[in-house]
Design a protein. Structure first.
Length: 313
């Protein structure tokens, strides 16, 4: 068991006006519930006064730590760095803009420690965001549920709680913070819960994500699905598709040859099917080669025999 009950990780980019208030609210909740805790502010290369505010806060409170990136790397990077540095039994992430409510912390903590969840994700059932964001978000969550089979209503809530072991076992990169429950599940942490949380309107500053979030989100979903399912065995996907395609092309060629010699006389190039057949054989071969190359790359990767061990005796 660790000595610290809770680590609160706060990724932030230009949120100077909110940080002091957020800190005060968190401390109040922690002290009321007698938790030992640390707050880790991860300043994602802000160009406002955020870092100065963090320095001030931490000079007065020993439980406050800060990490500052040289430049803006994105929320996923900030979370990942926070995960690496966290010491608490339970790790809680929340946004730095006061939209998440620290009052939810005790209940989240209880769900991890007593109900034994690996991960609990907040659900902003009643959202205080503009409609232009709420509607695409609904679609986004619907598709993610469909593709991943994880029954969460709100994948991208900044407020989440994790077991210590979970954050030390997963890696969040690129823009993958939207899919942390997916990453966790595929790493073998199946007990994923959800809690309705209070959401608040943004008080200061403005949102850091524009409409491109949805397009990037879906691209990321495709890559993460591909990488987890076929990353270690690319041949199973490409090889299968390639073989099927090649086989279809070959059968077409066979049929055309048979028809020409035994059924009726015609010019090969007059038959559209001829081009189909050739195309299918060429594409099939290429897919097959792609699978083969993928296989060579994954055989040579350093992670090819990296597994997460749950227990040993
Ligand atoms: N954030 C970050 N790096 C970035 C963009 C955002 O650390 O490059 C932080 C941001 O400061 C906030 C959290 O991620 O604490 C969520 O961002 P935001 O509130 O803009 O997202 P929204 O609530 O609009 O989804
Ligand atoms: Mg926000």
């Amino acid at each position: 068991m660790k000595n610290t009950d809770i680590s609160v990780i706060i990724p932030l980019y230009n949120e100077s006006e909110s940080l002091q208030e957020l800190h005060d609210q968190i401390c109040e909740v922690m002290n009321k519930n007698d938790f030992s805790f640390e707050i880790i502010f991860v300043d994602d290369g802000s160009n406002d006064d955020s870092w100065k505010v963090i320095e001030q806060i931490s000079s007065k409170n020993k439980s406050v730590r800060g990490i500052r990136f040289q430049r803006n790397y994105g929320k996923s990077a900030a979370l990942n760095e926070g995960f690496n540095k966290a010491n608490g039994n339970v790790v809680i992430t929340m946004d730095g803009d006061l939209q998440d409510d620290p009052d939810e912390i005790p209940e989240l903590y209880k769900m991890i420690t007593e109900e034994n969840f690996d991960l609990v994700s907040g659900w902003k059932k009643k959202r205080y965001d503009p409609l232009s964001k709420r509607i695409p978000t609904k679609l986004f969550n619907f598709i993610t549920r469909l593709v991943t089979g994880i029954k969460l209503n709100d994948f991208n809530c900044g407020l989440k709680a994790y077991k210590y072991k979970v954050v030390k076992s997963i890696e969040v990169y690129g823009e993958m913070h939207r899919y942390i429950p997916v990453i966790a599940k595929w790493a073998g942490f199946y007990k994923i819960g959800e809690k309705v949380v209070k959401h608040r309107p943004r008080k200061h500053g403005k949102t850091k994500f524009g409409f491109e979030r949805f397009i990037n989100g879906f691209l990321d979903l495709i890559s993460i699905t591909f990488v987890t399912r076929f990353g270690r065995k690319p041949m199973h996907l490409f090889g299968m598709l390639g073989s099927l395609l090649f086989f279809a092309g070959f059968m077409i060629a066979l049929y055309l040859a048979y028809a020409k010699f035994f059924l009726f006389e015609y010019k090969m190039t007059d038959r559209p099917l001829f081009y189909f057949g050739i195309l299918a054989m060429i594409l099939g071969t290429q897919l097959f080669v792609a699978g083969f190359l993928g296989e060579l790359i994954s055989r040579n990767s350093q992670d090819r025999n990296k597994y997460l061990i749950d227990k040993t005796i």
